[in-house]
Write a protein that binds this ligand. Structure first.
Ligand code: HPA
Length: 263
């Protein structure tokens, strides 16, 4: 798979891999492209089934920074496999990416983080009980998860938010399997556990990237208050609509981060 990348973009060596979450795929317009490769042409890359996820790898530059942007991810809930992103993450590490910048849509567990606001992920809680490294052998499976979200890169993300004039919270992301949304009782439990935002992604990729030696930085876009925080029902259409409406802020923030992060 890394030879496909080498063939389509000879000599190009991305430094930062970017995963674009639900409704945030429009960020690729910020990339000056070198090559675009459909996941279908990349062995082991996921075939995504979720609306709002295009399934394409875009190689190019944001400012001076060479990037590899994954427009869409596979989720655990799609096929019940937590290791769907294993090959993709390993390919990105193999072609030179030192950092993984993740974005996701999430539900807010805090009333001060209103829909449309963003949060830099400081840590995560894996509430699913599954791990993308299940079945692996050898000591490399015992991945350290202290400071899994790189503190220095998170500071740079917060600085980028200030430059972009976007208020950015910091907090803990809790991973639920989905695809059904959480119950109000589950969200009440998650608050007791110390979570600030809830979502159905990101955590497997963080584990895989840390194992591959990449630094990780992650940004959650709140598309709704989590179940039971306020009256009303949840839906994926709403996730996409709010993510799209707030995507301008996210785009400016990510651009600002990528322009400065690797200088
Ligand atoms: N729960 C889980 N995933 C989500 C949510 C939510 O409330 N909003 C967006 N993604």
């Amino acid at each position: 798979m890394s030879d496909v990348v080498a063939a389509r973009a000879p000599g190009f060596r991305p430094k930062v891999a970017v995963i674009l979450g639900s409704g945030l795929g429009g960020f690729v317009e910020e990339v000056t492209p070198v090559a675009e490769i459909p996941y279908a042409d990349l062995p082991g890359f996921p075939q995504t089934t979720v609306g709002g996820h295009a399934g394409r790898l875009v190689l190019g530059h944001v400012g001076p920074t060479p990037v590899a942007v994954l427009q869409g991810r596979a989720h655990y809930y799609e096929r019940g496999r937590p290791d769907e992103m294993k090959q993709a993450i390993r390919t990105l590490a193999a072609v030179g990416c030192e950092t993984l910048l993740q974005t996701n849509a999430a539900g807010s567990l805090r009333l001060d983080m209103t829909p449309g606001s963003v949060m830099a992920v400081s840590d995560h809680i894996n509430f699913t009980g599954v791990n993308p490294l299940f079945g692996e052998t050898g000591d490399s499976r015992f991945v350290d998860m202290v400071d899994a979200y790189d503190p220095a890169l998170r500071r740079r993300l917060l600085e980028a938010a200030r430059r972009a004039n976007v208020r950015c919270h910091e907090g803990v992301y809790i991973f639920f399997s989905g695809p059904s949304f959480e119950t109000p009782a589950e969200i009440a439990a998650a608050r007791v556990l110390g979570a600030d935002a809830v979502g159905m992604s990101t955590v497997p990729e963080t584990v895989l990237a840390r194992q591959a030696g990449m630094k990780v930085v992650a940004l959650s876009l709140m598309t709704n208050f989590a179940a039971g925080l306020v009256p009303g029902a949840l839906g994926h259409d709403h996730t996409i609509a709010v993510a799209s409406a707030a995507s301008g802020d996210v785009r400016r923030l990510l651009r600002s981060f990528l322009e400065e992060c690797c200088a």
